[in-house]
Write a protein of this length. Structure first.
Length: 329
């Protein structure tokens, strides 16, 4: 990856989880995780947990161990090896109320509201159409999908901690990353590149506005989510110098869609610029879009986590158009 001007941020607020119940690996080591979207019952033997009534102290200790294990987990960007029904999808992130699909054209958000499913697409306006996303920092966790006939099963699908669109605009990279507690995306702008080239548009949204805190608010009939306010600074002579930056929204004359980018005040183009928003997201790995039930959870001596239960979440299918999602109705 290149170095240069960094625009970090634009945090998307949502909950993340792997559909189904899984044995997830600790943050380092060689253990593998297993996830399934099919309706199934997973049972794990020899959990490191005595078969006795758990008192409050033991339960609290167990909960603490589980939370600590989750906090160490990275955000998994799962590679599509045929388990998703569209070749357009390169990677995806499963969520309790959202699923993100990473394609050449942009990011598709499959949203699940209380009474409605809705699809929004984040388009890369004026970007290089030949750029494809690539996964970086391959993780130990593997995801397996056992659906239909054995010859259709997809076992050992790889996962990564980053997805990168290199040179999405001239000398500008787009990087997605995160942990169990956050999802963010950042722009890496080479010296001499023009950050005003960065333009994005949400198709399928009811409205895109700025709130009083300078956050980007994306409204849909299913739900509302936000991109956090950006914060920019430079390290010059060992000191941090803040650079004023904010979102700017304009209506595209040709498409009539709302396009947003950044208004950046004057800065030293020979020194990297960092845009870093506040991060406040609750994420998890357990649960899908339907009624999934956890019966027990435990952490073994190596730090690996085990969950048993029933998963009834349906399979993920890539939404082709924006608006109401009729695929899962």
């Amino acid at each position: 990856m290149k170095t240069g001007l960094w625009i970090l941020g634009l945090l998307v607020f949502f909950s993340i989880s792997a559909v189904g119940f899984a044995a997830l690996p600790k943050s380092s080591g060689n253990e593998s995780g297993i996830s399934s979207e099919a309706s199934l019952n997973l049972s794990v033997s020899n959990l490191h947990q005595p078969d006795v009534h758990i008192g409050k102290t033991a339960a609290d200790h167990k909960r603490t161990l589980v939370q600590q294990a989750f906090d160490r987990l990275p955000l998994y960007f799962i590679e599509n090896q045929g388990q998703i029904d569209s070749e357009k999808v390169f990677y995806y992130v499963m969520g309790m109320d959202k699923t993100l699909y990473f394609t050449k054209e942009g990011i598709s958000f499959s949203l699940r509201g209380q009474d409605q499913l809705w699809t929004v697409k984040l388009d890369f306006v004026g970007a290089n159409p030949d750029v494809v996303p690539h996964g970086y920092n391959k993780q130990d966790a593997l995801f397996s999908y056992f659906k239909g006939k054995p010859e259709d099963w997809k076992a050992g699908c790889a996962s990564y901690s980053k997805v990168v669109y290199e040179d999405l605009w001239t000398s500008i990279d787009l990087v997605y990353s995160g942990t169990a507690n956050e999802l963010k995306y950042e722009f890496v702008v080479e010296p001499g590149a023009n950050p005003s080239r960065i333009r994005l548009a949400y198709r399928g949204a009811s409205d895109v506005t700025l709130d009083e805190n300078g956050e980007l608010v994306i409204k849909t009939p299913a739900e509302e989510f936000k991109d956090a306010r950006p914060f920019a600074f430079q390290e010059i002579d060992g000191e941090r110098t803040e650079v004023e930056i904010a979102y700017v929204i304009r209506k595209d004359a040709e498409s009539k869609s709302l396009v947003y980018g950044f208004d950046i005040e004057e800065y030293d183009i020979s020194v990297p610029l960092v845009l870093d928003p506040a991060i406040l997201v609750y994420c998890g790995y357990i649960g899908g879009t339907e009624d999934d039930w956890s019966c027990d959870i435990a952490v073994d001596d190596t730090g690996a986590m085990y969950v048993t239960g029933d998963a009834w979440s349906g399979e993920s299918r890539f939404p082709v158009i924006v608006g109401p999602d009729l695929i899962h109705v």
